[in-house]
Write a protein that binds this ligand. Structure first.
Ligand code: AP5
Length: 222
């Protein structure tokens, strides 16, 4: 398949970022994460970063026009496809994505939704730590680094807790997922493009389920 555009969705803390990094290695297509792009804008001190900082720290969604512009620019640079991690997140973003892909003669190959109950999501968010240098993702209990607070990949220390990983922001993010993001599946389900994957289990087990779902979507698209 020459142009593979896959949407990876699921509640905050479901494991999208963790799995997307594995999928990039296996399938050789890049991960486009709107969350990572927005965090990079904040770290760079750009005007965009300043505009979105408070919204993100409260756990609210950034406006559609901002994230659509970020994705449009990136997708045009990746003609062989991409894993869209955390985008689209509203029905408005689905409409914008379909319009931009349609103009370019491209289409979504499939949508994989990682399903995790709300109580697990809260526990995963509370224990998450990430590397401020390379972005590697850890969990204090489920996936600790070999040496406490030191990144296994690049040796950076200390690891960081995200500003939106507070109990209050996590609650807002989970609510936004159920209210605004889960409905995007309704758009793709009638086209047979949605695969739901159980996100409970080890990272390897979930990865196995994701890979099977993606292989199935690829066969269906052939
Ligand atoms: P974003 O960065 O997209 O965050 P999110 O969707 O809330 O997802 P997370 O990054 O929190 O979780 P994840 O599913 O990637 O889980 P992870 O792999 O880290 O968005 C952040 C903010 O940016 C939004 O709130 C919004 O403000 C804004 N934004 C972004 N995109 C937007 C858009 N399109 N529209 C509007 N606004 C947007 O794993 C979580 C933890 O669990 C880790 O500690 C990990 O080690 C652990 N873990 C992973 N898998 C397992 C497993 N199988 N078992 C046990 N532990 C596991």
């Amino acid at each position: 398949m020459s142009d593979r555009i896959l949407i990876l969705t699921g509640p905050p803390g479901a494991g999208k970022g963790t799995q997307a990094k594995r999928l990039v290695e296996t399938y050789g297509i890049p991960q486009l994460s709107t969350g990572d792009m927005l965090r990079a804008a904040r770290s760079s001190g750009s005007e965009l970063g300043e505009r979105v900082a408070g919204i993100m720290d409260r756990g609210e969604l950034v406006s559609d026009d901002i994230v659509v512009a970020l994705i449009e620019e990136q997708l045009s640079q990746h003609p062989a496809g991409a894993i869209l991690d955390g985008f689209p997140r509203t029905v408005g973003q689905v409409e914008a994505l379909e319009a931009m892909l349609g103009k370019a003669g491209r289409r979504v190959q499939g949508v994989v939704a990682i399903e995790v109950p709300d109580e697990t999501v809260v526990e995963r968010i509370a224990g998450r730590r990430s590397c401020p240098n390379c972005g590697a993702i850890y969990h204090l209990v489920n996936k600790p680094p070999a040496e406490a607070d030191v990144c296994d990949v690049c040796g950076t220390s200390p690891l960081k807790q995200r500003g939106d990983d507070t109990a209050e922001a996590a609650k807002t993010r989970v609510a936004a997922y159920h209210r605004d993001t889960a409905p995007i599946l309704t758009h793709y389900e009638p086209q047979g493009l949605v695969r739901r994957v159980d996100g409970i289990g080890t990272v390897d087990e979930v990865f196995g389920r994701l890979s099977s779902a993606i292989d199935e979507l690829e066969k269906a698209a052939a």
